[in-house]
Design a protein around this ligand. Structure first.
Ligand code: ACO
Length: 328
């Protein structure tokens, strides 16, 4: 075993389904308006996966693109992690399905189920394996088909979510890489957002279907209140060991839950709003995939340059949260 001193991102990839669902179309589905959705959330449109397209299909495609960007083959990957709360099925793990789709042989593959914080948890876990010298390269994918667990008759939730996938290949780097990671959870707040039925507590029955318990249930205003503090605190905790100040961070790549949450987080952190990367307008909230796709697009748009210190920051159902500082 040879310990890697630094672990960084070698390549990134994203996959977004073709179908765009606009706020105008939602106006015809539930009692809402483009104006309400835009001003309350910042979302204009979101992507919706095809009926025959499952989370593992989107995850595999994002994974392929990340491998290509890294200039590596699937044979080079020693570990596959998929962050998702919308697995193809309870088991096998979506990561195992992705392993098969990508043609990886026998490498460990498992899912991480921490909702919107999943990409950051996945990166932090993979980093440990690589830093310890256990593995050399890991493929971390965040993929969600939230449209499959969205109640399309509930205007309070259906306007928020979308589908997509983002992926990163991690490996040893000479300079920079992941400088600091901070993860946390508070199960006492688990009721704020959940999918109540279908598990061992409330198995699926005709009644659970009639009661619409197989869809996301959310206390939006309470989540909003916690989200701002959680994300700002996580940013503080992850930068503290590095003695970084707000001005040392070139760009924050946050979980894209609500533009008002992100503006409030920027204010609390003492950052100008232009330092917070946003693509919520085009994709809505894709849970774990949100920060992954945001990172991919920020790099593609040239918003991140060599030597920049960027901050990934997310919170989600659980509640869970996570933050990473990466030097590019
Ligand atoms: N269109 C029109 N009106 C609506 C809609 C809609 N789509 N949804 C709710 N309303 C109404 C409500 O019924 C309510 O009406 P009332 O005052 O007559 O009762 C009014 O709008 C205000 O509702 P609130 O829920 O108080 O609106 P709020 O300003 O809090 O915005 C929102 C709601 C957007 C959900 C916000 O609370 C939010 O973003 N919360 C955080 C959600 C979040 O981050 N979720 C995901 C985190 S975890 C994860 O990502 C997996």
């Amino acid at each position: 075993m040879c310990e890697a001193k630094r672990v960084g991102i070698l390549g990134l990839g994203a996959y977004l389904p073709e179908k765009v669902l606009t706020n105008k179309e939602l106006e015809r589905m539930v009692d809402t308006t483009d104006e309400w959705i835009t001003t309350r959330t910042g979302i204009k449109e979101r992507r919706i996966a095809r009926k025959d397209e499952a989370t593992s299909d989107m995850a595999a495609e994002a994974g392929r693109r990340a491998l290509k960007a890294a200039g590596l083959n699937i044979e080079d990957i020693d570990l596959i992690i998929v962050a998702t709360i919308t697995p193809d099925m309870f088991f096998p793990a979506t990561a195992c399905l992705v392993q098969d789709k990508l043609g990886a042989k026998r490498v460990p593959a498992f899912d991480v189920s921490v909702a919107c914080s999943g990409f950051i948890y996945g990166l932090a876990i993979a980093e440990q394996f690589i830093r310890s010298g256990t593995y050399k390269h890991a493929l971390v994918i965040a993929a969600e088909k939230l449209s499959a667990i969205t109640d399309w008759s509930d205007r309070a939730t259906c306007v928020l979510f979308g589908d997509g996938a983002g992926a990163a290949v991690l490996g040893p780097v000479d300079k920079g890489g992941i400088l600091s990671a901070y993860l946390g959870a508070n199960g006492k707040q688990g009721d704020l957002i959940k999918l109540p039925a279908g598990g061992s507590r409330i198995p699926a029955t005709k009644k659970t279907i009639e009661d619409r318990l197989h869809f996301i249930k959310m206390n939006g205003s309470e989540l909003f209140r916690h989200a701002v503090k959680i994300m700002a605190d996580a940013a503080l905790e992850v930068t503290k060991p590095l003695n970084l100040k707000a001005e040392d961070i070139s760009l924050v790549i946050p979980h894209q839950a609500n533009i008002r949450i992100l503006n409030a987080v920027a204010k609390r952190m003492g950052l100008t709003e232009d330092k917070i990367y946003l693509n919520i307008e085009r994709y809505g909230n894709m849970s774990a995939a949100s920060s992954a796709v945001a990172l991919v697009e920020a790099v593609q748009e040239g918003r991140i340059k060599k030597g920049d210190k960027i901050l990934l920051d997310a919170f989600g159902g659980g509640l869970t949260w996570g933050a990473l500082v990466i030097e590019w």
